[in-house]
Design a binder for this molecule. Sequence first.
Ligand SMILES: Cc1cc2nc3c(=O)[nH]c(=O)nc-3n(C[C@H](O)[C@H](O)[C@H](O)COP(=O)(O)OP(=O)(O)OC[C@H]3O[C@@H](n4cnc5c(N)ncnc54)[C@H](O)[C@@H]3O)c2cc1C
Length: 295
Amino acid sequence: MPVLLFRPKDYLFPSTVDELLEILDRHGDTAQIIAGGTTIHELAYRKGMGDVRTLVDVTRLPWGRISQHDGDLRVGATVTFTELAAYARNTAPRRLAVITDAIAGIRPMQIRNMGTVGGSICSSLPFFDLPAAFVALGASVTTRGVGTAARTRPIEDFFWDFFLPDLKFGEVLTEVEFPVPGPGTGGSFQKFESNSVDWALISIGVQVEVRGDRFTGVRIALGGGIGRKVTRAVTAEQALLGRPATTDEIERAARHVTEDVRAFSDFRGSADFRNHLLKVYLTRCLTQATRRAAP
Ligand SMILES: Cc1cc2nc3c(=O)[nH]c(=O)nc-3n(C[C@H](O)[C@H](O)[C@H](O)COP(=O)(O)OP(=O)(O)OC[C@H]3O[C@@H](n4cnc5c(N)ncnc54)[C@H](O)[C@@H]3O)c2cc1C
């Protein structure tokens, strides 16, 4: 039986954002936010919690809501995967399919019930599934810090490196938002794992808009083991924009997918294998998203 060596001294439940920021400011880097706790649990198990002595639980803050404002969908930081998938399924199943697909692939079920949107984004790991789905949807993130105004920026700028989000000392993520996908849009998310419990070798989130049988909007986000952060496949996107929404065009564009990323080799698979997977899975994703965009 493994021994869990991480023993925090305090476990605090702030009830307002100001109280949370004050706690983080007072405790410095000996305090860490905990939401669903699923990544923290892994870090603790691997002795990766450093000098943390105080865990600050954000699940009692008013961040558990999903709402629409002026054409944007706003998702609070503590919304769980299960709650977000249910909302997407009930609201616009084909237009928000990139979200439901991504969450359906998150296993086991306990992670879907406990894991939160904020925890998934703030871990800043390209292997996690929801970040690529949000990049495909053109999402932005909003953060707050002590004594500073809220900052909103594109989510793709938020990921700097493994475990390194664009968060200043004491700053927290409050919500993620993206334009509600309109008529003629569809999404898809697919990933390839060598087994059901390992990180994805590659993952792809796609959102397309089709008008008059042509692609009028395309966003492709690549994750998994293809780089140190989620990356847009801009060349493949450009190859499709304005082109007819046909299988030939999709296959032609998918051949460009490796031009914007540098896949790496590790014990899970070679860079060549990952590049091959990217082309195969992008073709599948674009085909599925295009079908879902049909009236
Ligand atoms: C067994 C297992 C299987 C998994 N399978 C998958 C999978 O298939 N697909 C997948 O994508 N992921 C998977 N994960 C990872 C899981 O998605 C993440 O652990 C989860 O998204 C993190 O959310 P959380 O709320 O549990 O985060 P926490 O563990 O609570 O926090 C994660 C990090 O984010 C920080 N943080 C949390 N909220 C905020 C905030 N509002 N502002 C600032 N910082 C914040 C925390 O301080 C911490 O550094 C798996 C994890 C486990 C343990």
